[in-house]
Design a protein around this ligand. Structure first.
Ligand SMILES: Cc1cc2nc3c(=O)[nH]c(=O)nc-3n(C[C@H](O)[C@H](O)[C@H](O)COP(=O)(O)OP(=O)(O)OC[C@H]3O[C@@H](n4cnc5c(N)ncnc54)[C@H](O)[C@@H]3O)c2cc1C
Length: 472
């Protein structure tokens, strides 16, 4: 299949290809780019013998300057910024899929209204602007945003600014020469000069080791659920103290399940109730896209200064900052309604028919909990090695700090032209990359660098040009 946009003349097998010319491959070979650019000794190739790309020094010509993998808030924001900059790109993935398939349909956002906008590079297409134009309820703060409002907004943003999304999965991504070869679920192969990985969190769902390997009928992750009606009348144990675990517990209770929560912490944490904030309060804890407080203000507004911090400090902050806590509006739906077992850790889990026996330690004492289902609300841990469509050779070339990609100031990994945004970039740019609010910074930075590479912008400042292969 010819990559879209390729217009070069082709030589046929058997002709004497010269270094720097393109030839068309035989039709039987589906694992290789059909058109290749020969930059070295091509004799083996012209005899029809397959040799590894690296040996043959094949370098396919890109059919598109930039490909974006993932059409969630970050992918759509990068796309909208590239459009503003006049850079040609293709973007793959069902728009907003993780929000439409892997989050509860009755969920409310934890982020406030003003911190829940995608980035278009101009600030025109905000959640507030959408709600105003469509007669929808909206408040900047102190109002939980319903997930339906947010997904409607994001889909409007996509249709308005990123109407070229191709709703297909990327099933393979590898490096060929200086470029990237992308295989789509449709069978098409695309060659891109640069790739932005905006794949979000779903590959990184974390289930504690003691709960792994048990049937999905008995153990699931919060991201496996859209609704909870099927749990009505059943005992369900939720593990975790974060927003997702607490909201899942509330929704289970409201759906008629007999639900309880196990948490390691000694108490549950809740974000403060909305109050009229005096000047003194605002000075002590200014409002920010990640909630009130000077630290939150730093994380949300100055991610460029997070990256130069020592690696150990960055990791500690990403682990601890904005730790597990429920939104203020969730508290009355949990406390007094759902039993919470504090200071409790699960030691082992054994299935007995359609039930699960959990051996737990609660405040130092051993106990047994029997339940019909466990839902792990135990978060997400970035591990680039778990992204299933990344070719192993390519992953091996991505310099990692632990299991997270080391990124330069433009979100580019040690593989030139390969960028990671969103959760995968949190260890570099801080907690804001876990939230929609961080999409603007990421999309602007990546947009500038990508545009510079394709000759659509002024040279990037030296601060954006440093090398991701430096020590993390
Ligand atoms: C339950 C829950 C609630 C949350 N609530 C909030 C909140 O209130 N506010 C907030 O700011 N953040 C919230 N977050 C965090 C939120 O996930 C991120 O802020 C936001 O989704 C990040 O956008 P993203 O584009 O990086 O990731 P995603 O939204 O996950 O988008 C990534 C996209 O990539 C697609 N993709 C993956 N692999 C491929 C492939 N091979 N081919 C094509 N497409 C692919 C996925 O299908 C997905 O659509 C929440 C997260 C969870 C789990």
């Amino acid at each position: 299949m010819t990559p879209a946009g390729v217009s070069w003349p082709t030589l046929r097998n058997g002709q004497n290809g010269l270094s720097g010319t393109e030839v068309e491959l035989g039709s039987a070979d589906t694992t290789w780019p059909r058109h290749v650019h020969l930059i070295g000794d091509n004799a083996l190739y012209l005899l029809g013998k397959r040799v590894p790309t690296s040996e043959a020094k094949l370098n396919p010509s890109p059919s598109v300057p930039v490909a974006i993998v993932g059409a969630g808030p970050y992918g759509l924001s990068v796309a909208a910024n590239l459009r503003t900059l006049g850079v040609e790109y293709r973007i793959f993935g069902r728009p907003m899929r993780s929000w439409l398939e892997n989050m509860p349909e009755k969920m409310f956002l934890k982020s406030v209204g003003f911190a829940s906008s995608l980035s278009d590079g101009t600030g025109d297409h905000t959640l507030a602007a959408f709600c105003k134009a469509h007669g929808r309820d909206y408040q900047d703060v102190d109002w939980p945003v319903p997930i339906g409002t947010f997904t409607d907004y994001a889909q409007w943003f996509q249709k308005t600014l990123v109407d070229n999304v191709e709703p297909h999965d990327v099933i393979d991504l590898r490096q060929v020469g200086d470029h990237f070869e992308i295989r789509l679920s449709t069978g098409e192969t695309v060659v891109a000069a640069q790739v932005v990985m905006a794949v979000g969190h779903t590959y990184f769902a974390h289930t504690p080791p003691v709960l792994r390997g048990i049937s999905k009928d008995l153990v699931s992750h919060v991201m496996d659920h859209r609704g909870f009606e099927s749990f009505a009348g059943r005992t369900v144990t939720v593990i975790g103290a974060g927003q997702s675990a607490l909201e899942t517990s509330a929704l289970l209770h409201e759906a008629g399940a007999d639900v309880s929560i196990l948490v390691r912490e000694e108490k549950l944490a809740w974000n403060g109730d909305p109050v009229e904030r005096t000047l003194r309060m605002r000075l002590r804890a200014p409002e920010s896209g990640l909630g009130p407080g000077w630290k939150s203000l730093f994380y949300s507004n100055a991610p460029q200064f997070f990256r130069p911090l020592p690696r150990a400090l960055r990791e500690e902050i990403v682990k601890r900052a904005l730790g597990p806590a429920g939104a203020w509006w969730l508290r009355p739906r949990v406390l007094g309604k759902v039993p919470v077992s504090l200071h409790t850790a699960v030691r082992s889990a054994t299935s007995h028919g359609d039930r699960l026996q959990l051996d737990v330690v609660r405040a130092g004492a051993s106990e047994t909990v029997t339940t019909e289902h466990v839902i792990a609300g135990t978060g997400y841990r970035v591990d680039v090695n778990r992204i299933p469509f990344l070719d192993r050779e390519l992953v091996a070339r991505v310099r990692q700090s632990g299991t997270t990609p080391v990124l330069n100031a433009a979100f580019e990994s040690s593989v030139p032209g390969l960028y990671f945004v969103g959760l995968s970039a949190a260890h570099t740019f801080g907690p804001v990359q876990r939230f929609v609010f961080g999409a603007d910074f990421a999309a602007r930075r990546v947009g500038k660098q990508v545009a510079r590479r394709v000759g659509k912008a002024q040279p990037a400042p030296a601060s954006l040009q440093d090398d991701a292969s430096r020590p993390a």
